[in-house]
Design a protein around this ligand. Structure first.
Ligand SMILES: Nc1ncnc2c1ncn2[C@@H]1O[C@H](COP(=O)(O)OP(=O)(O)OP(=O)(O)O)[C@@H](O)[C@H]1O
Ligand SMILES: [Mg+2]
Length: 323
């Protein structure tokens, strides 16, 4: 079997999404779903046509088995997923609190993914891949997982594998000072950096999107895509800055929109799109994921994205910004 084009490293989670509004009640019903930022990213990349594999540790429990079935259904290469006997795969609950507001409750501390270490990095597969993706969550869940992330980056850089990085800052997982140090260092080692505006402001201490983008770009990545929710993406590449407007949709649940952007963007870049073209595709894929509940269910496939994109051609296309 050939090595996949894209490899992602991180923690997958099972999602329990409350079907009804309000705090947990004894008649609450839950829709089972899947999450974990890097797992969402590889599924988005697969659905956009790229070959992709995942590197992680899950428990040898019903939740770990459900994730394995998901990846197998999606055609994600699971050769580098380790099932840990006795391990408790991480989960999270989503509750709804009106006007599209959601609250997340995690049970992930001590999960098998926290025991990721440099020994779990499949060096040959990373070197053979065209793109390695990881996130700040991969680095935040434990010191050994953080070491695994840096080791994978090192292997990728030596082999000429592109490094794609989403800071995905989660305050519950690590102190902001440590997040800032690790994220900004990782930005120096990555080729593609994909922060959202909120975390970008917090980590750089700057406010204007153009300034936040420039602060990441100065660290050396050749592409920075600053995700701004319903305001789309500010893309920096080769000294040029382009605003790619969001694709207009009625959003009901934005969970996983950023991860879908990351996966769709990577898939199109590897297929030969320019960064601006890839971002124009990825904003449509990301917008479509906000139109249904849960992170993974609504991630669209290539033909759906292309058909949706064709309904609104270039009237609202990318706008180069003066430098
Ligand atoms: N309401 C929306 N309407 C249209 N597109 C949206 C909307 N929300 C998000 N998107 C698209 O999804 C992209 C990523 O969303 P966002 O900026 O929320 O990323 P994020 O905060 O990293 O998400 P995540 O919660 O997955 O970490 C945006 O750049 C935009 O293109
Ligand atoms: Mg994000």
């Amino acid at each position: 079997m050939p090595h996949p084009q894209i490899l992602a490293l991180g923690e997958p989670l099972l999602e329990f999404n409350a079907a009804t509004e309000g705090p947990l009640a004894d008649d609450a019903a839950f829709q089972l779903g899947f999450g974990g930022d890097t797992s969402n990213m590889v599924i988005a990349a697969r659905r956009s046509g790229a070959g992709a594999g995942y590197v992680t540790r899950v428990g040898d429990d019903a939740f770990g088995h459900a994730l394995m079935r998901l990846w197998e259904r999606e055609g994600v290469d699971v050769r580098h997923v380790t099932g840990e006997p006795g391990g408790a795969t991480g989960i999270y609950f989503v509750t709804r609190h009106g006007e599209g507001r959601h609250a997340f409750t995690y049970r992930r501390a001590g999960s098998p993914a926290c025991r990721l270490s440099p020994a779990d990095v499949p060096e040959e597969a990373v070197a053979a891949a065209r793109l390695l993706h990881l996130s700040g969550i991969t680095q935040a869940i434990s010191p050994s997982a953080c070491d695994a992330a840096f080791h994978a980056i090192d292997v990728a850089r030596r082999a000429g594998t592109l490094v794609s990085y989403d800071p995905n800052y989660r305050p519950a997982l690590w102190p902001v000072e440590r997040a800032r140090a690790v994220v900004l260092r990782t930005a120096e080692l990555a080729d593609v950096v994909l922060p959202n505006l909120e975390e970008g402001r917090l980590l750089t201490g700057l406010h204007e999107p153009e300034e936040v983008l420039a602060a990441f770009a100065r660290r050396g990545p050749s592409i920075v895509a600053l995700k701004m929710g319903a305001d789309g993406v500010l893309l920096g590449e080769g000294g040029r800055v382009t605003h790619v407007p969001a694709h207009p949709v009625t959003a009901v649940d934005a969970t996983g929109a950023g991860d879908t952007f990351d996966g769709a963007f990577a898939a199109r870049l590897l297929d030969g799109d320019s960064p601006v073209e890839a971002a124009g595709y990825a904003v449509v894929a990301a917008a479509l994921t906000t139109t249904g509940p849960g992170a993974v269910g609504p991630i669209p496939r290539l033909d759906t994205v292309l058909a949706e994109k064709a309904t609104r051609p270039t009237s609202n296309g990318p706008h180069p910004r003066p430098a």
